[in-house]
Design a protein around this ligand. Sequence first.
Ligand SMILES: NC(=O)c1ccc[n+]([C@@H]2O[C@H](COP(=O)([O-])OP(=O)(O)OC[C@H]3O[C@@H](n4cnc5c(N)ncnc54)[C@H](OP(=O)(O)O)[C@@H]3O)[C@@H](O)[C@H]2O)c1
Length: 328
Amino acid sequence: MSDPFRWGILSTADIGRRLIHAIRQSRNGEVIAVASRERTRAERWAAEHAIPRVFGSYDELLRSKAVDGVYLPLPNALHAEWTIRALEAGYPVLCEKPIAATASGAEQVRAASARTGLLVAEAFMYRFHPVFERVRALIRDGAIGTVSTIFSRFTFLLDDRAVNVTSAELAGGALRDVGCYCVNVARLLTGLEPLRVSAFERRSTVDDTVVALLDFPNGVLAQCETSIANFERHRVEVAGTTGAIVLEQPWVPGEGATGFTLHRSGKPVDWVAVPGANAYQQQVEHFVDVVQGRARARWGMDDAVANMRVLDAIAASARDGRVVELGG
Ligand SMILES: NC(=O)c1ccc[n+]([C@@H]2O[C@H](COP(=O)([O-])OP(=O)(O)OC[C@H]3O[C@@H](n4cnc5c(N)ncnc54)[C@H](OP(=O)(O)O)[C@@H]3O)[C@@H](O)[C@H]2O)c1
């Protein structure tokens, strides 16, 4: 058994709280350091979360050799730059979604990961929840016939207009903040890349609401609806020739008992129960297992680059009012 993996966290981001909880629940890691642009903020954060080491800058943490790897929950515009810096300092990185602000940024991260031989994972935690194993198995087994459409929605009302999500400079916006999940799940469930996309948006400082259509080479049409200016709604619906699967809680399926509905022609609607799990915990445990050689990465940088290519294509389609070809 290896020693517990020593995690360092770059920044005092809000989402860090969930990851600290997940790492503490995990069988193979511990949180030993936090860095902030301001030492006093890092000190307050460390005291609140009982983290033993504090650094007054991200560079200081990267130079310290005090950790085995880094969790990086910075604003989107800083993901690629700091992931590459962390790799070059010798650390594997779990980077928050989206992996970069653009596909070209994601490609630079992929190149740095290959050059250094160090793991980079994009923190789409939802896909580690066992609910998606069940959904994928049912689709594979033909429970709903031939899949023809996938609908995914992730919307919420961001009432504090000052936060990073509304900053164009920090690469905020609905598409990068939550639309990335909708695209990711369509790619996950088809196992394919779309040939072309078409999208419309409503903007303020950033894209507030985006609706996109993805045309997959196996004939599946996926519709992605995302917003930071709407009532909060989460949904994934997969429809096939003989049935449909509906997930009301796809993005955070939760630690309590969960599940989804299975609709089939001529049969009563079934509730498919799935035991709860902490997807954040599954994600960090898997990351450490890969770094320590006990597992192969389930999703690598090729997947992260491909997701960003679709996000870029959606943004271009919405901006220019045209269908954008991706070539599959
Ligand atoms: N997986 C999930 O469930 C999930 C949920 C929410 C968000 N996220 C992702 O996690 C990332 C962080 O989101 P968040 O909402 O938690 O962030 P947040 O609370 O706004 O914090 C971001 C942190 O980045 C640091 N930072 C560095 N440069 C900055 C700059 N120029 N402006 C503002 N902050 C700067 C700040 O920490 P210091 O000042 O301490 O350095 C700040 O606290 C995003 O990429 C987001 O997409 C993921």
